[in-house]
Design a protein around this ligand. Structure first.
Ligand SMILES: O=C(O)C1=C[C@@H](OP(=O)(O)O)[C@@H](O)[C@H](O)C1
Ligand SMILES: C=C(OP(=O)(O)O)C(=O)O
Length: 442
């Protein structure tokens, strides 16, 4: 998708989801594969890599720092690692597009380099808070200038000697945890991060897979700076955050039965399954296995009547990107669903609480935003026109809502679906969603 053009989805009401499909590779794992592969000694072969714009932005950034990377071709990427000291100064600012993960993790990874780097992003990323990473990194000795109120761009001043810290994270964020740990690779001494609640642990798992010693005990992760990473093969599972749209779609559309193949079911990511099951969903995990240090399974989902629930706060970080889809499930459930403890949703690619509330209201559903969550009254979804605010997860969630709507749902500003889920419309269409994509003028 070229910058400046927009896509509109028009989804006709009704239908059901059937068959078997495999959604694209996990975004979090794909980012980390490029980063750790680049810093490793030796050649890292990746399969199942997500060829979405966010991960491609990470890939290009490392190429710009002198790392030879072949591919991606059909999900295969070969990274010729340069070692922890081998990155080169990029010739220009690194544009990370829409990707918060790239910017926050790379801020940590680049804080201890001998050269300066400037990290920039698109309009959405430029509104997102970066103080949450620059603050602990500066405690380690990093020098990072931000835009007003700690927003991007980030100018990272190289040549600083970093010291390990013991950091108590104020919010449950895997990006902050990972940023500090990646800085810790270049720091003197030990770096520890304590999280207030469990968050996705792909960084810890992959560091371990690359032969780095990482100690994890009771929500505290520690590593010693100055070690080495050894290249390893990485098989990226399908992204449970992308599977989430199909789990919701098949749950709400009567007659659906769908198998989602080879989905990553790391316990720090499966909150979507737990929450849907609490609502009454029929989801089974089949053929559980472990692939490259990450648990994987096939997910079989059948339509089932859903009921509104109070979502347990402990599940919030384990389903953080799935709430737009879960709000659609709540709109189709009987009774009220209450979410609290989810203020982080307001600082994603869009304010996901407000934007979802507006979109649900446009489809005739009562949804009352609160500072840290939302209250949704299940009801009859009408057709309507919804604005995604350039947020991929909002767009795909409302596309699935059409399965239960009375009229067609038009979703504006959908080009950003390509950041995390290239081929969404074709895959969803193949499974039974009646979706049409219209490109709108530049
Ligand atoms: O570490 C990661 O790969 C991610 C962590 C989460 O962000 P936070 O750390 O801000 O919760 C999530 O929303 C994002 O999509 C990916
Ligand atoms: C929040 C997300 O990603 P990021 O923070 O990497 O932009 C997301 O994909 O939902």
């Amino acid at each position: 998708m070229t910058h400046g053009s927009t896509l509109e989805f028009r989804v006709e009401p009704g239908g059901r989801l059937e068959g078997r499909c495999r959604v694209p590779g996990d975004k979090s794992i794909s980012h980390r594969a490029i980063m750790l592969g680049a810093l490793a000694e030796g050649t890292t072969e990746v399969s199942g890599f997500l060829e979405g714009e966010d991960c491609l932005a990470t890939l290009k950034a490392f190429r710009a720092m002198g790392v030879r990377i072949d591919g991606p071709e059909a999900g295969r990427v070969t990274i010729h690692g340069v070692g922890l000291q081998g990155l080169k100064a990029p010739g220009a600012p690194l544009d990370l597009g829409n990707s918060g993960t790239s910017m926050r993790l790379m801020a940590g990874l680049l804080a201890g380099q001998p050269f300066d780097t400037v990290l920039t992003g698109d309009a959405s990323l430029s509104r997102r808070p970066m103080g949450r990473v620059t603050e602990p990194l500066s405690r380690m000795g990093a020098r990072i200038d931000t835009g007003p109120e700690g927003r991007p761009p980030l100018t990272i001043r190289g040549g600083q000697a970093l010291e390990g810290i013991d950091y108590e994270m104020p919010m449950a964020s895997a990006q902050v945890k990972s940023s500090v740990l990646l800085a810790g690779l270049h720091a003197r001494g030990r770096t520890c991060v304590t999280e207030p609640a469990p968050t996705r642990d792909h960084t810890e798992r992959m560091l371990t897979g690359f032969g780095y010693d990482v100690a994890c005990h009771h929500g505290r992760v520690c590593l010693q700076g100055g070690g080495r990473l050894r290249a390893a093969a990485i098989d990226v599972p399908a992204d449970i955050s992308s599977a989430a749209f199909f789990l919701v779609g098949a749950s709400i559309a009567p007659g659906s039965e769908l198998t989602l193949a080879h989905v990553g079911v790391n316990p720090t990511r499966t909150g979507i399954i737990d929450i849907l099951q609490l609502m009454g969903a029929d989801i089974r995990l089949e053929n559980p296995r472990e692939v490259g240090g990450e648990p994987v399974a096939d997910l079989v989902v059948r339509a089932a009547p859903l009921k509104g629930i109070r979502i347990p706060e402990a599940l919030v970080p384990l389903a953080i990107d799935e709430f737009p889809a879960l709000f659609v499930a709540a709109a189709c459930a009987e009774g009220e669903t209450v979410l609290t403890g989810a203020e982080e949703l307001r600082v994603k690619e869009s304010d996901r609480i407000q934007v979802m509330a507006d979109g649900l209201a446009a489809c005739g559903i009562q949804a009352r935003p609160t500072p840290d969550g939302i209250v949704i009254q299940g009801g009859r979804l009408q057709g309507g026109v919804v604005h995604s605010h350039g947020d991929h997860r909002i767009a795909m969630s409302f596309a699935m809502a059409a399965l239960r709507a009375q009229g067609s749902i038009r979703i504006q500003d959908c080009a950003n679906v390509n950041t995390s889920f290239p081929g969404f419309a074709a895959l969803a269409g193949g499974a039974g969603l009646n979706i049409h994509v219209k490109e709108e003028g530049v």
